[in-house]
Write a protein that binds this ligand. Structure first.
Ligand code: COA
Length: 158
């Protein structure tokens, strides 16, 4: 089993490739994030936005990430992922706590996100930090297999 300790820190330039590799692995699950295979890892690494990005690191491995996309309107949009083998061990919680701190430091008044309506783990994580459901987008995301998935809009006033 992997070591149970990890740290949260801002993402750095050298994290680009491991972040893109993790993103591709989570996309392969076709379940939690919008992206589905194939993911062009090199292109994704090159275009990864580091501003507002946090990573979870265990030893030298990137095991999770979260990005707050700051808008000009005072809110930030969150996207996040944790490596499958590390889930359920507090990594997501540490990333969300870090994002809330980052958002407060940057003067945001709110965090928001979209989550697939079936994603019970993510929804429980967001509820744990006080996010509330603000709406439901019905049959919003068309998946590669043709299914149309609902998404919940969630928000946290800071
Ligand atoms: C959603 C995700 C980020 C959660 O990360 P994590 O590291 O497993 O989260 P944590 O271990 O900190 O768990 C946080 C809370 O979520 C809940 N939770 C975690 N896994 C759960 C599960 N399988 N079912 C129900 N609730 C769950 C628990 O309430 C937990 O709170 P607790 O620590 O007080 O028990 C992770 O599952 C993931 O990366 N999934 C794939 C990508 C994804 O869905 N991203 C989010 C897109 S919106």
């Amino acid at each position: 089993m992997a070591e149970a300790t990890f740290a949260i820190r801002p993402a750095r330039d050298e994290d680009r490739v491991p972040l893109a590799v993790l993103y591709a692995a989570v996309a392969e699950e076709r379940d939690g994030i919008g992206a589905e295979p194939p993911v062009d890892v090199d292109a994704r690494a090159a275009s990864w936005q580091l501003d507002g990005a946090l990573v979870a690191v265990a030893r030298d491995d990137i095991i999770g990430s979260l990005r707050v996309e700051q808008t000009p309107f005072g809110f930030g949009d969150i996207g996040m992922m944790v490596a499958r083998e590390w889930r359920g061990r507090g990594v997501g919680s540490a990333l969300v706590a870090g994002a809330i701190e980052w958002a407060r430091q940057h003067g945001l008044h709110k965090l928001s996100l979209s989550v697939f309506a079936h994603n019970t783990a993510a929804i429980a994580l967001y509820h744990k930090f006080g996010f509330v459901e603000e709406g439901r987008r019905v049959k919003h995301y068309r998946r590669a297999n043709g299914e149309l998935w609902d998404a919940l809009e969630m928000g946290l006033l800071l």
